[in-house]
Ligand binder design. Sequence first.
Ligand code: NAD
Length: 416
Amino acid sequence: MRISVFGMGYVGAVSAACLARDGHDVVGVDVDPLKLELLRSGRSPIVEEGIQELTAKVVAAGKISVTDNVEDAVARSDLSFVCVGTPSSPNGSQDTAAVRRVMASIGSALARKTQFHTVVMRSTLQPGTMEEMVRPILEEHSGKVVDRDFGLCFQPEFLREGTSIKDYDQPPFTVVGTRSQQAAETVRALFGHLPCEFIVTSIGVAEMLKYSCNAFHALKVTFANEIGRLSQSVRVDAREVMDLVCRDKRLNISPAYLKPGFAFGGSCLPKDLRALTYVGKQRDVTTPMLGAILGSNRAHIDHAIDKLMAPGVRRIGMVGLSFKAGTDDLRESPLVTVAERLIGKGYELRIYDPDVNLSRLIGANRRFIEQSIPHIGNKTIVEELVSGLHAEHDVVDVVGLPRERLKCTRYSGIAW
Ligand SMILES: NC(=O)c1ccc[n+]([C@@H]2O[C@H](COP(=O)([O-])OP(=O)(O)OC[C@H]3O[C@@H](n4cnc5c(N)ncnc54)[C@H](O)[C@@H]3O)[C@@H](O)[C@H]2O)c1
């Protein structure tokens, strides 16, 4: 395929060299004359394992040429990858100046091109940028319509500096956000052979995925380091602790607990988090991330309650009260907090939970509910809630779940 790559930085230079190695004809575009000069003479503008040799080879074979002429590059290619920088602005927002400039130039070049062209954004962009910024600029400057006259995709880049050629050949997956089947198939022709899943999704999901992955990686490092500092403070081998944490592939290194839903609770997680962060306080070890978890959980409960308290609503039905399905344990259940707050605000509340029978609660569980919601009474828990849902209650589902599912499953997620 004939491919133009915009931005000869870490992402662009590696992509261009690997695409050329795989037999494609690549034209590299950059505004930096020094980078273009280096590439022209067969030298890579970046330092990366294996990139100098690969660049020299593909340039010598005539598979890569370079230019600063956007119109020429678009005319000489069927697909453009955009890999320009999107650095932080001083206030933390994303600086999209380079993206806006390059999109305006590509749009103008598309205006003069008759064949179908596909534009693939590889730069990391804040969710919504493709629809709200990239698409309008391209359409305005080309006078054409996305998905009809040319293809537009967002393909998040997952390579890591230092191992980027290996990562190019073995990505965790290839994800393409687009509405254009033709554009998706064009990208599949380039990456479909890689040993990973090829996933086509919406542009918004693809944009958010890249941020979610990077935030998760940062969270993992920070978690390991906070556990490391706490372990060190109690003279425990942190590496051995984290090694064992990672060996649990069922609950720890797994999809468990990674579905957006309602807040956590129960008799263990809140209590043990409080105790762990207290260990840090006792030993002057700061653990800002661990210390912020309960606050974030409370924000999630507040969010659910705000959504429930829609104007005009007086009667509310809740499905689930215990902290998770299959148990009658009400201790620190976030749904108990929701119920308590709603009763306190005078809402008429009905709760359906097949696992909870208030008259049979004993011990710490009973004490907790008596202290948390002394006014709950047996009458609030009604088995008929679900069957009589539509007629009797104004709000049950603020979770976006179809009502049919509420009828057949116990559901404790409220805020989603
Ligand atoms: N570096 C990484 O490991 C990595 C990994 C995944 C995703 N990303 C994302 O990829 C994007 C690029 O990152 P990078 O590290 O390669 O950036 P970089 O700063 O190394 O390279 C960007 C290049 O774009 C060029 N450029 C700027 N304006 C241009 C224009 N109008 N036309 C053509 N070229 C132009 C610059 O001269 C520069 O050479 C960013 O959005 C980044 O967040 C980076």
